[in-house]
Design a protein around this ligand. Sequence first.
Ligand SMILES: Cc1cc2nc3c(=O)[nH]c(=O)nc-3n(C[C@H](O)[C@H](O)[C@H](O)COP(=O)(O)O)c2cc1C
Length: 190
Amino acid sequence: MKVLGIYGSPREGGNTDRLLEQALNGAQSAGAEVSAIRPCDLHISGCIECAGCDETGECVVEDDMGAVYPQLLEAEVIILAAPMFFYGFPAQVKALIDRCQAMWCRRRLNKGPQGMKQYDGGKGYVILAGATKGANLFEGAKLTAKYFFDALDMSFEDGVYVKAVEEKGAVEKRPDALEEARLLGKKVVE
Ligand SMILES: Cc1cc2nc3c(=O)[nH]c(=O)nc-3n(C[C@H](O)[C@H](O)[C@H](O)COP(=O)(O)O)c2cc1C
């Protein structure tokens, strides 16, 4: 099983990095073929809504996203990890997501309006962390994630949500969360 991890934080070695590391280790130990990308290290510009992908399902913008599309399509499982920035995804992750409009068009062209939402593209999970404790902390990002995975015809399977972690390394004091992430990694392979 091919599992792709998306390290969505600009803070290398931060809380969501550590959680995703655990999840990918868990997946690998359960036999998955694991790979990862870090959008913040790539040059991915936002969608310009040029409609260039409408009739082809291929984005016309030339940047590092060109190499990301095949990885998204090949993955049977995607685990998207990111900190909450203003109750949403960091801009670098959101740019990657917005550029998946081309994947949304691709699916429509390949499957037709009736054949969409078969969710045979695989399964999507999230690992989200934030500094605060509000009841709705992850709601916005969960909705965005659901439709990111939807564009790839992947079902959104929920994930691990960690509140009240702020400074780099804070998650080390939360062995329960790290273990939950490791178990998530194992679970996605089953
Ligand atoms: C620009 C910015 C915006 C943030 N917005 C929120 C927020 O809306 N809610 C929240 O709980 N934490 C917010 N935080 C805190 C981070 O989500 C938190 O520190 C998280 O643990 C960082 O994870 P990381 O180490 O993986 O980057 C914000 C941090 C930054 C830098």
